[in-house]
Design a binder for this molecule. Structure first.
Ligand code: MD5
Ligand code: FE
Length: 203
């Protein structure tokens, strides 16, 4: 199923389901080289989701702020190569939503344990504003909060389930958004948590 949330922003329900086992294996391969970690925020807090990355650039956060970096601050090495299954799924999803030129430079992995969420924020660290962000949900379901151009704008609640893919592009690419704390529940596809993969053009 295909649900257009706004011009350029499309939910592809179940789009990644058939590839989920291969995606989960590829996640394990990346985690061996670049372990999950919880970043500190610039304000002295800590993000609830555990994160890592693959591809040319990884998003990192420390006391100095947020940025994309070619080196993993935890290992001092380049990020792991983006698995082919990540790349091909992201390109297929982008094409399905009308973005014919998309090639991901960064693959971020977020892992949400039950109780973990992500507060309302905007994704503004990418320099190529025309490029969409492709987001893949695996494991436990989440309620995505989709806001507007300002923090005060009302939020729509969009449930995201195992295998769902969202292509975030167009005028709403910079909307505020967040993830409500994940509700505990029986494992989905063997996962007692939620993974979210995001594929991005950085610069
Ligand atoms: C997640 N991750 O489910 C979400 C999926 C992040 C993050 O928010 O920054 O790692 S990406 C959702 C997204 C990306 C770009 C734009 C919009 C939503 N949007 O316009 O609502 O872990
Ligand atoms: Fe975000």
């Amino acid at each position: 199923t295909r649900q257009v949330l706004a011009p350029g922003a499309v939910v592809l329900g179940g789009f990644a389901k058939a590839n989920a086992p291969a995606l989960l294996q590829a996640i394990e391969d990346v985690l061996k080289q670049a372990p999950l970690r919880r970043y500190k925020t610039a304000r002295g807090g800590q993000l609830a989701a555990a994160m890592t990355a693959c591809g040319r650039y990884g998003w990192v956060s420390d006391g100095r702020g947020y940025r994309y970096d070619e080196l993993d601050p935890l290992t001092g090495r380049a990020w792991p190569t983006m698995p082919l299954i990540f790349q091909s799924l992201a390109v297929r999803a982008a094409q399905e939503a009308g973005y014919k030129q998309f090639m991901p430079q960064s693959g971020l992995i977020n892992r949400y344990a039950p109780g973990a969420g992500m507060g309302l924020h905007q994704d503004c660290d990418e320099q190529v504003v025309e490029a969409p962000i492709i987001s893949v949900s695996l494991g436990l379901s989440a309620i995505f909060q989709w806001g507007g151009a300002t923090r005060n704008a009302p939020c729509r609640k969009v449930p995201l389930h195992h295998g769902d893919v969202v292509v975030w592009g167009g005028p709403s690419r910079h909307n505020f958004h967040g993830i409500m704390p994940i509700k505990p529940g029986p494992a989905v596809a063997g996962l007692g948590w939620r993974y979210n993969l995001t594929f991005r053009t950085v610069r």
